[in-house]
Design a binder for this molecule. Structure first.
Ligand code: HEC
Ligand code: HEC
Length: 299
């Protein structure tokens, strides 16, 4: 009963927000990208949704324009404010070359070559393919420019010291792109790519050491200290995780946020579902489920 009420209210709120955004942004906003399109902008929109760039780079609560930055991201190291990534030439990335953009995602460096903080999950995005990065740039270039200025981060020393970042990158950044495993089926490789590169699921679902690096042996095994200090569940198929979940259960969680017990995901996962996994093709959600269910359990 409770689940039914929740489902109805979810559908209604989805419908209402769909209507509102349709009114405000026009019909183009309702059209999701298409990974099979011959148009790089269409493909790029799909990459953009799968990679979840919108949420972090939009200060929705503060009424900021899409991708104009300024969203506060609370971490154990202090507060990061996301920068403006609209095509604005002065405050956004309008003057960045395609190579500058690719370098930011692949190696975590800004336009002047300065190392970027890993609050920007380039340790995952580094695994993206060259083509997805190029398509993503093509799509971003079509977004409306916003002249919002960037806000400086509020970090406690030594974590706010940008000059220490090359040390961190040497320890924790393994540059991509991710190579397919020829011994595995295409669906599994696609699922791994969606989880490890675009979806950056491990940024929240993996435990981290004191310097904020992901503990790779326990990747996706849950994080006691996730975003905003909340606990993030494991995505490994062990008894406390997805062991009893069917592929369909995982797909439903990614499509609608619905859990096998009829409850719904909350917190930052609700945003991931809304901005990202609900917009994937059913085949891509299945590929994610196949990959997660294939992982070895972590006791
Ligand atoms: C978890 C939050 C988060 C997500 C998701 C995220 N970013 Fe960012 N991004 C940040 C933060 C924080 C910074 C600032 C890093 C710094 O100051 O060193 C940043 C920096 C950047 C920069 C450098 C901008 C500059 O002015 O130096 C670019 C480009 C960028 N992000 C693009 C993207 C794209 C494209 C995506 C999606 C593929 C994305 N980001 C997803 C948080 C995020
Ligand atoms: C921004 C952080 C964040 C990211 C990124 C993220 N998740 Fe989550 N996820 C969470 C949180 C937090 C929860 C717990 C939600 C709750 O308490 O209701 C969760 C819950 C889940 C659940 C339900 C698990 C359970 O046992 O209830 C699944 C499945 C899931 N996430 C899959 C994914 C996948 C797949 C990705 C990548 C495509 C992903 N998540 C990316 C934060 C995140």
């Amino acid at each position: 009963m409770r689940a039914a009420v929740l489902l109805v209210s979810w559908l209604v709120s989805g419908l209402v927000s769909g209507l509102v955004s349709g009114l405000v942004l026009g019909p183009a906003a309702a059209r999701a990208g298409d990974p099979a399109s011959s148009d790089p902008v269409q493909r790029g929109e799909y990459v953009f949704d799968a990679a979840g760039c919108l949420g972090c780079h939009t200060n929705e609560k503060g009424g900021g324009a899409p991708l104009a930055g300024g969203r506060p991201l609370k971490t154990p190291f202090g507060i990061f404010y996301s920068p403006n990534i609209t095509p604005d030439p002065a405050h956004g990335i309008g003057r960045w070359s395609d190579a500058d953009f690719a370098r930011a995602l692949r190696s975590g460096h800004g336009k002047e070559g300065e190392p970027l903080f890993p609050a920007f999950p380039y340790t995952s995005y580094t695994r993206m393919s060259d083509r997805d990065i190029a398509d993503l740039r093509a799509y971003l270039s079509t977004r409306p420019a916003s002249p919002a200025a960037n806000k400086p981060h509020e970090l406690s020393p030594p974590f706010g010291w940008r000059f220490l970042l090359p040390v961190w990158q040497a320890l924790y950044l393994e540059e991509g792109p991710l190579k397919d495993d020829p011994a595995k089926p295409a669906e599994w490789n696609r699922g791994r790519y969606l989880v490890e590169a675009l979806g950056h699921c491990g940024e929240c679902h993996s435990p981290r050491g004191w310097m904020g690096g992901v503990d790779s042996a326990r990747a996706l095994a849950g994080n006691p200290q996730g975003p905003e200090g909340n606990k993030v569940p494991t995505l490994r198929p062990d008894p406390k995780g997805l062991a009893d979940w069917s592929l369909g259960d995982v797909e439903a969680a990614l499509e609608m946020g619905m859990l096998p017990d009829g409850d719904f995901v909350g917190g930052s996962m609700a945003e991931v579902v809304r901005n990202s996994t609900s917009k994937l093709t059913p085949a891509d959600r299945r590929a994610i489920a196949v990959y997660l269910k294939s992982l070895p359990p972590v006791p």
